[in-house]
Design a protein around this ligand. Structure first.
Ligand SMILES: NC(=O)c1ccc[n+]([C@@H]2O[C@H](COP(=O)([O-])OP(=O)(O)OC[C@H]3O[C@@H](n4cnc5c(N)ncnc54)[C@H](O)[C@@H]3O)[C@@H](O)[C@H]2O)c1
Length: 343
């Protein structure tokens, strides 16, 4: 790379992929995370002229390998389509670059395990973007559960519904409902309950777009997880909620209950003769989870700086991927699937 911008007192970062997530991570790294220094961005497709308009003289390369092999870069952020993650992560590990990669690491459980093991063996930090663990409301809920405020948690209910259908092109390569979408909820259910899942029972169907069925996916799914002590998670997913990005969570225990409600576009409540009216929920993940993306990146950079383990364990990544597999198997075979049979 011709214009290195390396600083010695910071984590020098390269960002790969400048789409929806890449832009969020880049902005956070440049504006909010004081211990990060963005050295360069790589995207083989993004128009250079557009990049110049948006980011001035920040170094931009088309060749991702140039970025991954640069001695000026300590850590790489991967925000490219899922199908490209595994190869890019492996190249980062081979070049001793710490990696933050968007979820899922890969659609194959075997490849996921192999890459995590390889990174661990070579001592390369590797973190996957389960950003909801860094959401303020969910973190508060987790803290209250761990402090015993609702007693023994018996049921966690997670509602995760997108406002509008993804394109069929995206659906074809994303990994489908469970691997692309419910994967956040598999992780949140384990995080909230702090227990291990022993059984998955999932059902799903297509309500909105028959094209989805043709590519083997569903737009609506309901999954029950059973934990080792017999307690439950209920995961409710849709790809199309006409009222917005529906993100709610409830944990019920023998001493109480915690609810996390939707974040609305504003907090006003209008009362009149027709009823009581509130704004709709925020309309996308880029709004609802914006703070969590910053916090997760702060946690990644902080771990590198302090040489502490990244805050999401390999086991968490493996279990979320395994649960996505088990849910698809359960839906396809129309039966509950034991985790023991997946292992
Ligand atoms: N954590 C979350 O909440 C969340 C939300 C949305 C997406 N994601 C994940 O983030 C990833 C990216 O999703 P997105 O919605 O930002 O995608 P996107 O399509 O908006 O952007 C992808 C970018 O990567 C670039 N690209 C394509 N192939 C590349 C390659 N081989 N090397 C380098 N760059 C390449 C494209 O030009 C594009 O700019 C996906 O894995 C997705 O699952 C996570």
């Amino acid at each position: 790379m011709d214009k290195p911008n390396r600083l010695t007192n910071k984590i020098n970062v390269g960002v790969i992929g400048l789409g929806r997530m890449g832009k969020i991570h880049l902005k956070n790294l440049m504006q909010a995370i004081t211990h990060a220094n963005v050295v360069a961005v790589a995207d083989p497709v993004y128009p250079e002229e557009q990049f110049r308009k948006e980011y001035g003289d920040l170094l931009f390369v088309k060749d991702v390998i140039e970025l991954i092999t640069s001695p000026d870069v300590d850590a790489i952020i991967i925000a490219t389509p899922t199908s490209t993650h595994a190869a890019l992560v492996e190249q980062c590990i081979d070049n001793d670059k710490s990696v933050f990669c968007e979820k899922p690491l890969d659609l194959s459980l075997e490849i996921t395990k192999t890459l995590l093991q390889k990174a661990e063996n070579l001592g390369v930090p590797l973190m996957i973007g389960f950003n909801r663990r860094f959401d303020r409301d969910f973190m508060e809920a987790r803290k209250a559960v761990s402090e015993g405020k609702i007693g023994n948690p018996q049921i966690v209910k997670i509602t995760n519904r997108d406002p509008s259908l993804p394109s069929i092109e995206f659906v074809k390569t994303s990994g489908g409902m469970f691997m692309d979408f419910t994967i956040h909820d598999f992780d949140m259910a384990r995080y909230m309950m702090d227990k291990e899942v022993v059984e998955v029972y999932a059902k799903g169907l297509v309500f909105f777009d028959e094209e989805m069925a043709k590519v083997g996916d569903v737009d609506t799914a309901l999954t029950t997880l059973t934990f080792a002590d017999g307690t439950y998670a209920v995961l409710d997913n849709s790809r199309k909620a006409v009222f917005g990005y529906d993100q709610r969570l409830e944990i019920f225990g023998d001493k109480g209950m915690i609810q996390v409600e939707n974040n609305l576009a504003n907090r006003n409540v209008l009362y009149n003769e027709n009823g009581i009216h509130q704004a709709l929920p925020l309309n996308s993940f880029t709004q609802r989870y914006i703070d969590s993306y910053c916090k997760e990146m702060e946690a990644f950079i902080g771990a590198l700086l302090n040489k502490t383990p990244v805050p999401i364990k390999n086991e968490d990544i493996i279990m979320a991927t395994l649960l996505a597999y088990a849910a698809k198997k359960s839906m396809d075979e129309q039966r509950p699937v034991k985790i023991a049979e997946m292992k």
